[in-house]
Design a binder for this molecule. Structure first.
Ligand SMILES: Nc1ncnc2c1ncn2[C@@H]1O[C@H](COP(=O)(O)OP(=O)(O)OP(=O)(O)O)[C@@H](O)[C@H]1O
Length: 263
């Protein structure tokens, strides 16, 4: 049985006639790392919204371990691009807040999670006093403090520079590896290399309405070596296939828009 499952899912937002997502079928195994790529507006964030329970499917079913997802829950930690930290709480308080939801809100535990992401010294700083990369480290620490089996991440590293992005990708993989239990991740990104480096499978969406165009298996064992992997012929072929698919989708969209405009 699939651990996390989307079955014939379709989505329309209220007061909008358009289908945002259609015919989404996806079965995710426990502990699998799924990355999602696709052109802007194809429904990637909406998919995260559905899996988190913040949105409900208009059609179809979404289940976690066979049970329907009916709202947000402590079994799913969500990390957004905009850090989603409480600005009025220090880094430590942000993590304590998360820990309290799962029972242990002690300073010591919160401090341990901050140290895990290399921010032990920044405990008394407010999010506004931290750089983007540091804020996202706190957000990741907070997600791990929740100890959820499922992580839903919507462009979590989209707003940080290239160096921090590499650091955060490796941090995420390390924390996941060291956590001692399977962590299932669904991560949305615009970065094909990030999708391949992190994912066990890369799901490519196409727009208008959003559908799954193709799912690619990433044929590299873990732990992965970033630079070695990037030089592998298999990697380059995979990257090229994904890029070609994204470009095709974009061309089809442009043709539709031009057709619609009567050009
Ligand atoms: N709250 C909402 N109400 C109505 N329409 C919405 C809402 N949120 C998103 N949409 C629409 O749904 C479609 C999919 O949006 P979504 O944000 O899921 O796409 P995305 O693939 O994540 O885009 P991006 O890569 O730009 O973040 C878009 O056409 C968007 O305008």
């Amino acid at each position: 049985m699939a651990f996390l499952r989307m079955e014939s899912v379709a989505l329309k937002y209220p007061a909008d006639e358009r289908w945002v997502l259609q015919d989404i079928d996806l079965e995710i195994r426990e502990g699998e790392f799924i990355t999602v790529v696709g052109p802007s507006g194809c429904g990637k964030s909406s998919t995260i919204g559905l899996l988190s329970g913040l949105l409900s499917p208009t059609k179809g079913a979404i289940t976690l371990q066979g049970r329907p997802i009916e709202g947000p829950g402590p079994d799913r930690a969500v990390v957004f691009q905009d850090y989603s930290l409480f600005p009025w709480m220090t880094a430590l308080e942000n993590i304590r807040f998360a820990l309290r939801q799962v029972g242990d809100g002690s300073r010591e535990s919160a401090q341990r999670y901050l140290e895990l992401v290399g921010l032990g010294e920044a405990r008394n700083k407010y999010p506004g006093e931290l750089s983007g990369g540091m804020r996202q480290r706190v957000a990741i620490a907070r997600a791990f403090a929740l100890d959820a089996p499922v992580y839903l991440m919507d462009e979590p590293f989209g707003a940080v520079d290239a160096k921090n992005r590499i650091y955060l990708q490796d941090l995420l993989l390390r924390l996941r590896q060291e956590s001692g239990r399977p962590r299932t991740v669904v991560l949305v990104t615009h970065d094909i290399d990030e999708a391949i480096y992190l994912g066990d499978r890369v799901v490519v969406f196409s727009p208008g309405p959003g559908r799954i165009r193709r799912v690619f298996h990433v044929p590299f064992t873990r732990p992965r070596k970033r630079f070695q992997m990037a030089q592998d012929l298999g990697y380059r072929v995979l990257r090229n296939d994904i890029l070609t698919l994204l470009q095709d989708g974009l061309l089809e969209e442009l043709e539709k828009v031009e057709g619609g405009a009567g050009i």
